[in-house]
Structures are given as C-alpha cells and as structure tokens.
Design a protein around this ligand. Structure first.
Ligand code: SF4
Length: 447
C-alpha cells in the first residue's frame, strides 16, 4: 500500500540538504507520496529506509531513458489517466522506422528526410525525436550498416530485429548510445534480456495479452533488466488502444508493478498514409511512450508533433511568451506598433500575420498571465491603464516616435480610455489576426 508523505518523511535523513532538488525533506516526501519524484534523487537515504520505501515510493510508471546526453528521450513517470487531472509530463517519442534493405541512395535520402522533420510552432522547436532501424533483411551486415548510417541523425535509436545476434553485432559499435533493443517476446526473451543486461540498454518486450506480458516483464526484470518498454502493438488500432489504456490503468490505479513501464506502439504500414496518421494520433493521445511509423514526409509527421505539443503542455499554466516589445522585420521609429497579449498562441498568430504582410512592425505583448485577448479583457488583465503604462515605458518611448498604437478589434471599446490615459492616437485593428496584412497595407499606410 502506498505510504503517506509523513510516513515517508520519517524515513528520510531530515537534513534538508536540498541535494534532491527540494527545499526540505518534507517537500521531497510529499513529492514521493504523489509519485512525482524518485527515491534515487536523495543520495543520503539509508539502505534500510530505501528497502522500506522502495515499492511504495517508486513511480507507478518507471521513467526510462533511451539514448544519452543531448540525444536522449525520457519516457514514463506519468501519474494520471487524464491530462486535466494534473498534467502529462514526458512527451512520447515520435519516430520513423528505416528498413535495412534500402540501397545507399535511398538510405541517404531517407535519413535526409528524417533530418528535416523539425519545425518551429508557437515559438517552440518540435521534431521527430527518435529513429528506429528495422532488420527486415534478417542479415547482420545491412542492419549494422543502416544502424551506423542513422547515427548521423544524432537521435535516440531503436534497434529492431528478430535475430538477437544481429542486435548484439550492432551494439558492438553503439552500445554507449544506449539504444532501445526491440524484438523480445515470450519465446526468445532470455537472449534479448542477456544482451540488454550486458550492454546496459533498455529492452522492449512484445506480448499482446496483458497477463502474459506482466509475467514476461517479471522474468525480464528478474534477469537483471530494469528499463523495460511494453510493446503493446496489437492486431489493429482498437486492440492496441485498448491494451495501451488497460496497461496504464492497471499501473496507475491498481499499482500493478509488472506493467508499470512506458509503452510503445507501431502504426501498421498496411493502411493508407491518412489512416496511419490517425492511428499514430490515437496512440499519442492514449498512452504510448513511443510511437513508430514508416511515414517520413513532413505533411504526415507535423500533425503528430502538433498533437503531442498540445497534449503535453501543463493545463494549469497557459503557454506564454515574454511580455515585451518585439520587432518583426527591420523596423524604424515610424513602423506600426500593434498590441496583443502574451498568450503564445495569440502572440504567434499575430506575429505570423505581420510577417506575411511584409511590413516591418513592432508587436507589444502585454502581460496578461498568458490569456488570450478577450479572456484578458474580461478579467481586467488587458486594460487601458496597462497598455498606457507599456506605451510610456522605456522599452517603447525611444523606439516608436509616431505615437499611434493599433489595438485588437475585439477591445475597440477601450479606445477612448486608452487615448486619454496614454496621449497616443488609438487605431482599432481587425478582430481576427488574419485581417492584419490587409489592414497594415491599407489602413495603416493611409494614416
Ligand atoms: Fe532531505 Fe535527502 Fe532531499 Fe537532502 S536530498 S533534502 S536529505 S530528502
């Protein structure tokens, strides 16, 4: 049974040394009780206390790292079934499977395509962040050659083979990169577990039946492999979704330790590209730690990365940009100045439209605690006084000399108060950001 924070606190060193990253031992105990910390973070806990705490303090879903250094993916350590209950913490790796039967030109082109699967969205860099090499040839040499070639991507790697000897051969040259070994099942797990233990790599185990999978992970763990990934790919999308959901429920709600590992799902290549995208989206939403696909074109991968980015933000904290005066293009003191809020989605939508207008402009992002224009206005976070204070600030006064400000059309009602408060001429912009290019080219130019 899970221990309460005070029970855990009694077993900690109580020195408040902060080495665990928490200000006090009590704070660390509370995090352990909420499964948001790992006992290993306290270096001074005694072996006796550790023995008592392990089990009850371990996260219900183990945190597993694939790769090393800057090229690593951490998955697992999730604590809730639904994002709105708290937050999802470790975004799933989204990766392309590269078969080892491509000729040199095809392989180079595929690697180049994967390299390009990175984008900037709402100010964040998002990318396909894991790559898998599949030993479809069944031979060791092409597998090793392909695995060596993908290293130039500098991404965490999955080595997929039905031949443990082929994995072993590849690991001779890249075990330091801690790739995920994929291929273990009920029939062959001993060989894979021996390799994973020796090379200190995480191991994926495949078994569609959850009872059998739980029995299998217990054996693999007893063989000395701690970092396990559950491959829950089943016959179809609904079966896989069911397995992903049931494994998560059993780990979180029933504390089934043998299923307390992150999971993996692979989209079926026997479908259209659109169906594969839908399948991958399903697994990203519920509850895969790694989603692999043969798709490698940006138009298929961007929706997956976008969905992941949206789901793996903390619903308790709106995504914000720094509230400040921003410049788009080569501005001068006569460039237009637009006002918006510091809610990322709002800000980057405005910025994108201003860029599209090709008219260098200033954008003032007002601190509204990351809320959008109407929400901020309704809650008095976007007021005439606040904008006036911004216009009078040092950040603005030497940069903009025309003393005209464009406010969002939705808050036109504050025009009079803002003119009075600031002494600036207030221009009412369009309600929607999409109207900005036309507005800047016509209304602003005629001002
Ligand atoms: Fe307490 Fe251990 Fe954290 Fe130090 S590292 S504050 S002893 S829990």
């Amino acid at each position: 049974m899970a221990l309460k924070a005070l029970d855990i606190f009694k077993l900690l060193p109580k020195t408040n040394c902060k080495k665990c990253g928490c200000p006090t031992c009590l704070a660390f105990a509370m995090k352990l009780a909420q499964k948001q910390a790992n006992l290993d973070q306290c270096p001074d806990v005694t072996a006796e206390a550790k023995a008592q705490l392990e089990g009850s303090a371990a996260p219900p879903i183990r945190l597993v790292t694939i790769g090393t250094g800057n090229s690593k993916l951490e998955i697992g350590n999730e604590t809730v079934m639904f994002r709105h209950e708290e937050s999802f913490y470790h975004p799933p790796g989204i990766g392309v499977v590269i078969p080892d039967n491509l000729d040199d030109n095809e392989l180079n082109a595929r690697i180049e395509a994967v390299e390009k699967l990175q984008f900037v969205r709402v100010g964040a860099h998002i990318r396909s962040d894991i790559v898998a090499v599949e030993n479809v040839s069944g031979q060791a040499d092409p597998f090793a050659k392909t695995a060596a070639a993908v290293q130039k991507l500098d991404l965490p790697t999955v080595l997929m083979s039905k031949e443990p000897a082929n994995i072993d051969k590849v690991l001779e040259s890249c075990k330091d990169k801690r790739p995920l070994i994929y291929g273990a099942s009920a029939d062959n797990w001993e060989k894979y577990a021996a390799i994973a233990k020796e090379k200190q790599c995480p191991l994926a185990v495949s078994e569609a039946d959850l009872d059998k999978l739980a029995a299998l992970t217990e054996k693999v763990k007893a063989a000395g492999v701690e970092d396990i990934i559950l491959d829950l790919t089943s016959a179809g999308i609904s079966e896989t979704l069911q397995a992903l959901t049931a494994a998560r429920q059993l780990a979180l709600k029933k504390n089934v330790r043998s299923l307390g590992y992150p999971s993996l799902a692979i989209s079926s290549s026997a479908q259209t590209a659109g169906e594969q995208v839908a399948e991958c989206c399903t697994y990203i939403a519920k509850y895969a730690g790694i989603v692999l696909t043969g798709l490698h074109h940006p138009e298929y991968i961007l929706p997956l990365l976008t969905l992941r980015q949206n789901l793996y933000t903390d619903p308790r904290k709106p995504i914000q940009v720094e509230p400040k005066l921003n410049q788009v293009g080569t501005v001068t003191t006569t460039s237009p100045l637009l006002i918006t809020t510091n809610f990322s989605l709002t800000y980057y939508t405005v910025e994108g439209e201003v860029e599209a207008s090709r008219i260098p402009s200033f954008i003032g992002a007002i601190d509204t605690d990351g809320t959008s224009v109407l929400t901020a206005f309704a809650s008095d976070k976007l007021t005439a006084e606040k904008i006036a204070a911004f216009l009078k600030s040092d950040a603005v006064k030497d940069k903009v000399t025309h003393k005209k400000v464009i406010i969002p059309g939705y808050v036109a009602v504050m025009s009079g108060a803002l003119e009075e408060e600031s002494g600036w001429k207030v221009l009412v912009g369009p309600r929607e950001a999409s109207g900005l290019p036309k507005y800047l080219k016509t209304v602003w130019k005629s001002e």
